[in-house]
Ligand binder design. Structure first.
Ligand code: PEP
Length: 263
């Protein structure tokens, strides 16, 4: 279903009216985690100023440590809905448990499946049946074939509104959090008709790498980028070191404005 063999035209997925696909360069931006109404609104305004069409923000956070901030849950979803009403930005947010899919889908414009759940087949089937577009991150140790098969689980439930997101893979390199597999962009686009975007924030794990990796993703033909921004990353409850700050927004906006018309 997701293969390009029987579907040679590349697909466009619309999220709250915002297109992601060939001919677009969609910026999705926002905080890694929803922390407070003020922080989420400030981050959303930063995202919109940089040219974002969609707001990201996690209310359910899949953390390595059970002692780390796990997200605000439904209270976070309510904050996202308020910020959407205030800014007009449709919401992309992660769901980590099949039991929460209907609840998250009742607030979200797009459901995100994260790298740690990229082969949680029950969750993939549940989001496939939820009636919302899905952003599927690549599993951190998944081959491109495994990633596309994960997408197939969603598609099998009747949902072809799937956007693939390359977010870096595990390699021997420790200088970066993950290694951005730039080649995955054209390879996945050749094998599948689904749009492919890149998350340079979770790939590098470092603010100073976000713009170079964004440029690399765009040069490789990505249909969009998803980027963490935070008004006060030094106080962030999750992934502060990779969040862009206000001073970075001009460069981000310039990159989007320059390359979007060329896609
Ligand atoms: C995220 O985007 O909030 C996230 C946790 O990303 P990943 O699943 O790629 O680590």
């Amino acid at each position: 279903l997701v293969s390009r063999e029987n579907h040679p035209e590349r697909s466009t997925v619309r999220v709250g009216g915002v297109p992601i696909g060939p001919g677009t360069l969609t910026l999705i931006a926002g905080p890694c985690a929803v922390e407070t109404p003020e922080q989420t609104l400030e981050a959303a305004l930063m995202a919109r100023a940089a040219g974002a069409g969609l707001l990201r923000g996690g209310a359910y956070k899949p953390r390595t440590s059970p002692y780390a901030f796990q997200g605000l849950g439904e209270a976070g979803l309510r904050i996202l809905a308020d910020v959407r009403a205030e800014t007009g930005l449709p919401i992309v947010t992660e769901v980590v448990d099949a039991h929460d899919v209907d609840l998250v889908a009742s607030y979200a414009d797009m459901l995100q499946v994260g790298t740690r759940n990229a082969q949680n087949f029950g969750l993939l089937q549940a989001v496939g049946a939820a009636g919302r577009p899905v952003m599927l991150k690549r599993g951190m140790s998944a081959t491109i074939e495994e990633w596309l098969m994960a997408a197939e689980y969603i598609a099998q439930r009747g949902n072809l509104d799937i956007v693939l997101c390359e977010r870096g893979i595990r390699t021997f390199e420790t200088a970066t959090r993950n290694t951005l597999d730039v080649s995955a962009v054209p390879v996945a686009q050749r094998l599948s008709h689904l749009p492919v975007i890149v998350d340079p924030s979770h790939s590098g794990g470092r603010r100073d790498l976000v713009m170079p990796l964004s440029r690399a993703a765009i040069a490789a033909g990505a249909d969009g980028v998803i980027i963490d921004v935070h008004p006060h990353p030094e106080r962030a409850l999750c992934d502060g070191p990779q969040a862009l700050v206000r001073e970075d927004l001009e460069e981000l906006a310039t990159v989007i404005d320059t390359f979007a018309p060329l896609m």
